[in-house]
Ligand binder design. Sequence first.
Ligand code: GTP
Ligand code: MG
Length: 197
Amino acid sequence: MLEVHDVRRVLSTTDPDERPDRPLPEIAFVGRSNVGKSSLLNTLFRRKRLAGTSKTPGKTRSLDYYDVGGGYFVDLPGYGYAAVPDSVRERWGPMMERYLGDNPRLAGVVSLVDGRHDPTRLDRRMVAWLAGEGLPTLVVLTKADKVGRGRRRGRMAESAEQLGLDPDQMVWFSAKTREGRDAIFTALRRLLESSER
Ligand code: GTP
Ligand code: MG
């Protein structure tokens, strides 16, 4: 049962084959560097600073596992930011390929896309790859507080089309206003529960 009462980071590693001891289902958070992955996790956990966040891209550099009771939420390093140091960028591909591509514990993925802009080429590649793997995916459009209500529907429809998704698979989210938090939480709880059986 998903429980965010007393969430702890149980493992922080750059080795994609290393896993927490208890074999529980995992939900991974992927997206461009600076898109707001760690901020979403903090909002889900109702904690301000459990997952480190930064204005500067490339903050999360390891696979960070958070114990949420019935499973783990895994905060991942972001992709696609030129300003990220070479050492981090070069490690990203092989690390993600191994973690996402060869992980029987992976129950699903939250794919974050900046809601202000069109999805990037790498966003499209990631979403297509997840679909090809048949991994349950929830696409979260971030920074909703910066997109006026009047623009929301059109932006979501455009992003959905560019990603080849149904808008039903997407949800707006803001770490600033917490809009979308409960809908995402409920979707992830269902995902974890269905993978426990
Ligand atoms: P990496 O760890 O570098 O991959 O980035 P990340 O995806 O974990 O992003 P992070 O959560 O560190 O957020 C990046 C920046 O965006 C920070 O300055 C956050 O405060 C800001 N940010 C994140 N979510 C939101 C949001 O919903 N609204 C606004 N206005 N800013 C946000
Ligand atoms: Mg981060």
